[in-house]
Design a protein around this ligand. Structure first.
Ligand SMILES: [Zn+2]
Length: 129
């Protein structure tokens, strides 16, 4: 008898979890919600990498998901080229240079990236779309 009651309670908990998942999926479909999520992910990523002593790159998609983190060297970072297409690539410039390099822009165009961004220690950023 007691075991049967326990099973019924477990099934009830599963129902609640299913409902929460559905709500999250619905919320993610709006374009405005996605833009806010993308902006939030970019901000979180750039705050996390701006003070590093080496270059670190984050690739973010249009759902605001962080797809990949690439740890580079003092003055370079080379993310997987197949992940750049249609996505946003942001990275830090430990040297403090608040401008994109020729290589930053060339790779973005060559790989059909949506946006490339660079952030410096003081939180300034530069973007090319
Ligand atoms: Zn760069």
């Amino acid at each position: 008898m007691r075991e049967e009651t326990g099973s019924a309670q477990t099934a009830g908990s599963d129902d609640i979890i299913d409902l929460q998942s559905s709500d999250q999926r619905t919320g993610g479909e709006g374009h405005i919600a996605n833009d806010e999520k993308v902006a939030e992910t970019i901000y979180t990523s750039e705050m996390a990498i701006k003070n590093l002593n080496y270059e670190c790159g984050h690739i973010i998609n249009h759902s605001g998901e962080l797809l990949h983190v690439e740890h580079g060297k003092a003055h370079s970072v080379n993310p997987p080229v197949e992940l750049i297409k249609d996505n946003i690539f942001t990275h830090n410039h430990p040297s403090g240079g608040c401008m994109l390099t020729v290589s930053d822009i060339r790779e973005t165009i060559k790989r059909d990236g949506y946006e490339v961004r660079a952030v410096t220690r003081d939180g300034r950023f530069v973007s090319f779309k």
